[in-house]
Design a protein around this ligand. Structure first.
Ligand code: TPP
Ligand code: MG
Length: 796
């Protein structure tokens, strides 16, 4: 292989022969422990010849990426020691878990956190055995791994997480390995642009390393097969200063790696000095490294006559037929002995002291960096009283307010109250203002390190509102920010939040797992506001209509998710206050941004949100027990339900109607399924067995059935919701198209109440005349009928 070093690093040899030898031995130790984890359950120090009894029955894990990760770890250790760095690692190819476990073991963090994995022969045996073993540890850089904020199971998010961790952490350096396969993913490709949002004066630094081992599972990688100059140009185009490290001779590579890292760290220091001490406001070209080394470096070169090292065949377990082919067992032993374990561990299995000595100590060890256990550093968010922003209710439903704009007032106050402690950011894919949260921008601005023009508004190099047209970046930055112990809020168009479905899956898994890991401290919840909702896509139509993120989140563990559909501004304030203060959840708030009627006083809102659902007595006339329950969840369904109630009152004045509004969707489930679940007795009291329920739901109707199928009255629950009918039409026509409109709901009630059955035909007639009239009017006038548009709940 040729070497492609920068001019400043060529010929430099920063490592003394002694240190070089120790670093190489340290690297061999990490490689040895990595291979041992993949293969062995016994004979950890190879004190006797390897036999099949020593080998695990199922060979699981990934070797290919691991030696490269181990190489980097030992070099970062040197940098930490020599420069006293506060360094966090983020490993994109998280399938190289054994390497990071090995390194955190060698530096001592692992045994401190997991005392049964002792620093001796027994400990090494247990370390090997637990890996990818039932009830042991996962194969990835998982929540169980000390020092990790990133599992790297689903590829694509390493760099965005690294940047999220670096924001507002001026002393932190986040070393981030990006797999060259991972670099092909959409999120990773965009993540490079995070440097336009990183202020060298007030944020930390990210040290990206493109791990160019040339291959993925079964294919070459794109970036390894374009001319090197083109790759460097790509990185320059992203605004980085690329450095390259290339080769496979360990001694040469150690020396060159040390030289290139010294130069890169000097660059970072110079950039930070210019910004912090010399007042530079220029957007710097941060250094990044292209590390071109063989996949499966130092592993078997050939297996069964086929090349393995330096190819895609090294990806998982290079020698996988140990039990079938005796020569593979011999190759394994030869491979493991090539690391010379007898030089690395003494006869008791202690890592040799002179080698252990080159690792950082205490909290400087990457396995012990408190930023990786963000809950340790979490400062409570200052949340001013939300009551100050309450909408004054002057008659129910008499005034129209944009609910999310009111939330914007609260978020602005929260932002201002935390400007000093710099631990709150708001994220959005170019929609903060569109979702009517623009107040939050005042007094902070939107982070922007790129060029600005006079036409721009509110861009700032120290802005705390993060806007980029990438839901992936918003999600990833926010996760990185939360995982390192800070707070935030993410607003998004409802339909497009699906773009991060998969990312939120991974975050939910992280939260679920960390709940069971005692040393992981709770972090702030991930809060979503979905606005620009399905029912009000006046500008955009069908492409912008999808309420399915609710269903998606519903699949997650009950311990982790909370879903709220506040029907007005005051309930939204109460819910948001609760979410901002909560820990370890994913909170989903669905609330409209269009002017809409307001129903509850702030005190009523708080009481309603506390129970999560309840009867609205002022809208009900159910003395003696209801004949029908009109249930609603979501702002537009609530409006249509209340309008349906007025229609029913006009048509069947003596009908006993109960209106139940649901804010907290989880309350519909039994207590056995969710901690917010309403006890059966309470559910039965609200929805008495045998009483028909007409349920208007914001999202896909089947979800309500899924949540209530075990309830006594389930067979009488009749749900209306979104059923993929939509276009650019009037707000009320959207309801009509999906049969959630007031006429339909009223008709449903009449058809379901037994004593009204004789009138069903007449009611059908009334319904179709009303809808006919509506359709003709909207087609002719392009707007809703005045009596629909201007409908108000009757003043009492
Ligand atoms: C989003 C995603 N798609 C597919 C996979 C399956 N997968 C696991 S590893 C891998 C190849 C990764 O290649 P690279 O990033 O180059 O890592 P390395 O070569 O260092 O192992 C793939 C495709 C995955 N984990 N995540
Ligand atoms: Mg690769």
């Amino acid at each position: 292989m040729s070497e492609t070093m920068g001019i400043e690093t060529a010929g430099k040899s920063p490592l003394s022969p002694e240190l070089l030898a120790k670093m190489d031995a340290y690297w061999r130790a990490a490689n040895y422990l990595s291979v041992g984890q993949i293969y062995l359950k016994d004979n950890p120090l190879l004190e006797r010849p390897l036999t099949l009894d020593d080998v695990k029955p199922r060979l699981l894990g990934h070797w290919g990426t691991t030696p490269g990760l181990n190489f980097l770890y030992v070099h970062w250790n040197r940098l930490i020691r020599e420069r006293d760095l506060n360094m966090l690692y983020v490993i994109g190819p998280g399938h190289g878990g054994p390497g990071i476990v090995a390194n955190t073991y060698l530096e001592g963090s692992y045994s401190e956190i997991y005392p049964h994995i002792e620093q001796n022969k027994d400990g090494i045996k247990r370390l090997f055995r637990q890996f990818s073993w039932p009830y042991g540890i996962p194969s990835h850089v998982a929540p169980e791994t000390p020092g990790s904020i990133h599992e790297g199971g689903e590829l694509g998010y390493s760099l965005v997480h690294a940047y999220g961790a670096a924001y507002d952490n001026p002393s932190l350096i986040v070393a981030c390995v990006v797999g060259d396969g991972e670099a092909e993913t959409g999120p990773l490709a965009t993540s490079w642009h995070s440097n336009k949002f990183l202020n060298p004066a007030t944020d930390g630094a990210v040290l990206p390393i493109l791990h160019l081992n040339g291959y993925k599972i079964a294919n070459p990688t794109i970036l390894a097969r374009i001319p090197h100059a083109e790759l460097e140009d790509l990185m320059r185009g992203y605004g980085y200063e690329p450095f390259t490290l290339e080769g496979d001779d360990p001694a040469v590579m150690h020396q060159q790696a040390a030289a290139v890292f010294d130069t890169m760290l000097d660059r970072i220091a110079a950039i930070q000095k210019a910004a912090r001490e010399e007042g530079s406001t220029a957007r710097p070209a941060w250094p990044m490294l292209i590390m071109r080394t063989p996949k499966g470096w130092t592993g078997p070169k050939f297996v069964d006559g086929k090349p393995v090292e330096g190819t895609w065949r090294a990806h998982q377990v290079p020698l996988d037929q140990i039990f079938e082919k005796p020569e593979h067992l011999a190759l394994l032993e030869e491979w493991m002995r090539s690391y010379k374990p007898e030089e690395l561990f003494d006869e008791k299995g202690h890592f040799r002291a002179d080698l252990a000595d080159i690792a950082p100590k205490g909290r400087l060890r990457m396995g012990m960096n408190p930023h990786a256990n963000g809950g340790l550093l979490l400062k409570p968010l200052n949340v001013p009283s939300f009551r100050e922003f309450a909408v004054k209710i002057e008659g129910r439903g008499q005034q129209d307010v944009e609910s999310t704009r009111v939330l914007g007032h609260l978020l602005h106050a929260v932002m201002q109250a935390n400007m000093e402690q710099k631990n709150f950011r708001v994220f959005g894919p170019d929609e903060t203002a569109s979702n009517r949260l623009q107040d939050v921008i005042t007094g902070t601005g939107k982070e922007w390190m790129a060029e600005t023009l006079p036409v721009d508004e509110n861009l700032s190099q120290t802005g705390r509102v993060m806007e980029i047209l990438s839901e992936h970046m918003c999600q990833g930055w926010y996760e990185g920010y939360l995982l390192t112990g800070r707070h935030g809020f993410f607003s998004c168009y409802e339909a497009f939040i699906h773009i991060v479905d998969s990312m939120v899956n991974q975050h939910a898994k992280w939260l679920k797992t960390t709940r069971e890991i005692p040393w992981r401290k709770p972090i702030a919840s991930l809060n979503y506001l979905l606005s620009s909702l399905v029912w009000r896509q006046d500008h955009n139509g069908f492409s912008h209509q999808d309420p399915g993120f609710i269903d998606h989140l519903m699949n997650k563990k009950a311990d982790v998710v909370r879903i709220y559909l506040p029907p007005d501004a005051n309930t939204l304030l109460s819910v948001a206050d609760h979410c901002l203060r909560s820990r370890n959840y994913i909170n989903l708030i669905v609330a409209g941004k269009q002017p809409a009627p307001q129903w509850l006083t702030i005190d009523e809102a708080v009481a309603h949100c506390t129970t999560g659902l309840g009867v609205w007595p002022w809208a009900s006339n159910d003395e003696g027990g209801p004949e029908v329950v009109m249930a609603c969840c979501g702002d537009v369904p609530t409006l249509e339900t209340l309008a349906a109630v007025t229609l029913l009152r006009a048509k069947v004045p003596d009908l006993r109607i109960r209106v139940v509004n649901v804010v907290d969707l989880m309350a519909l489930q039994p207590t056995s399924e969710h901690p917010h679940g309403l006890p059966d007795e309470d559910f039965d009291a609200l929805f008495p067995a045998g009483t028909p329920v007409v349920f208007a739901f914001h999202g896909y109707p089947w979800l309500i059935h899924r949540l209530t199928y075990r309830r006594h009255n389930h067979e009488n629950i009749h749900v209306r919701g979104y059923k993929e009918e939509g276009t650019t039409t009037t707000p009320f026509d959207m309801c009509v198209l999906n049969n959630i409109d007031r006429f339909q709901l009223a008709l449903d009630a009449i058809k379901r109440v037994a004593r009204l059955k004789p009138h069903a035909g007449e009611a059908e007639q009334w319904y179709s005349e009303a809808i006919q009239r509506h359709k003709l009017y909207v087609a002719e006038n392009g707007d809703d009928l005045p009596e629909i548009k201007n409908w108000r709940w009757p003043r009492s």
